[in-house]
Write a new protein. Structure first.
Length: 259
């Protein structure tokens, strides 16, 4: 299920503005890759480019390649909806659909994909996804209540359940713990460690301790100044990145002297 992603010479634009410049990296299957760097350096923009979410913004476009399973996701014959189905996204703030029940939140993606399901199949999918998000035991007796009635940490796990219900190959997480308390953050981090057995995971985080705890690989992005494009400075296994980075800019950032 988990897939490898190869990014080569990726430039990301908003109209004529070059936001991220010449990113080349390989994201291995069944690993967690953390993206770190100062605010405004293009981490989240790059993350959204991995499933073409940035194209929601008018006139956003890229050059370069993002290859998954042998196919360039930016190929002319590739449907962005299919890309987003196989590369799921979890956002910074929990965003369950407020008028939907917990069950309907989980099933929302499958319903959008026009999958007609028997009631028993829907029940099985709901349980599987909620178990996969470590939420089943907490909500199994209130599946018909609004998802918005859950705590912040539970809402974020509900959003993860919604993402994995459509069986993606890759999960993208844009600062998934930044709005959560420490206990909920720990629950999400534990969940990430479990999910990487089945998924390729890429996470943007401002919390370097979190990056060191949850990730196998880390990429450091930076920016030369306002109006300049963000760029990938280096990428390596996380232990090396935090103990012996090859670039001074990375060393300054991870040691707290910059950013």
């Amino acid at each position: 299920m988990a897939k490898r992603i190869d990014v080569s010479d990726l430039d990301i634009y908003y109209d004529d503005f070059l936001a991220v410049e010449k990113v080349t990296m390989t994201i291995e299957p069944r690993t967690v890759t953390a993206l770190i760097g100062p605010s405004g350096c293009g981490k989240s923009t790059f993350l959204r480019s991995l499933n073409r979410m940035h194209e929601v913004i008018p006139r956003a476009h890229v050059s370069g390649k993002v290859i998954m399973d042998g196919q360039d996701i930016y190929g002319h014959d590739v449907d962005p909806v299919d890309v987003r189905r196989s590369i799921g996204m979890v956002f910074q703030r929990p965003n369950p659909f407020p008028t939907m029940s917990i069950r309907e939140n989980v099933l929302a993606g499958s319903r959008l994909n026009n999958r007609r399901m028997k009631r028993s199949d829907a029940e099985d999918l709901t349980e599987r996804a909620l178990r996969g998000a470590n939420l089943w035991e907490e909500v199994k007796d209130r599946l018909d209540r609004p998802g918005s009635g859950l705590s912040g940490g539970q809402q974020q796990r509900l959003c993860i359940a919604r993402a994995i219900a459509v069986r993606p190959s890759v999960l993208l997480m844009d600062e998934p713990c930044s709005a959560l308390d420490p206990v909920s953050t720990l629950a999400i981090e534990d969940l990430i460690a479990e999910l990487k057995q089945d998924y390729t995971i890429v996470i943007v985080t401002h919390n370097m301790q979190q990056a060191s705890r949850v990730s196998d690989e880390t990429g450091f992005f930076t920016i030369a100044g306002t109006g300049k494009p963000g760029r990938l400075v280096e990428m390596s296994d996380t232990a090396t990145m935090f103990s012996n980075p090859s670039q001074k800019a990375t060393e300054d950032y991870v040691s707290g002297r910059f950013g």
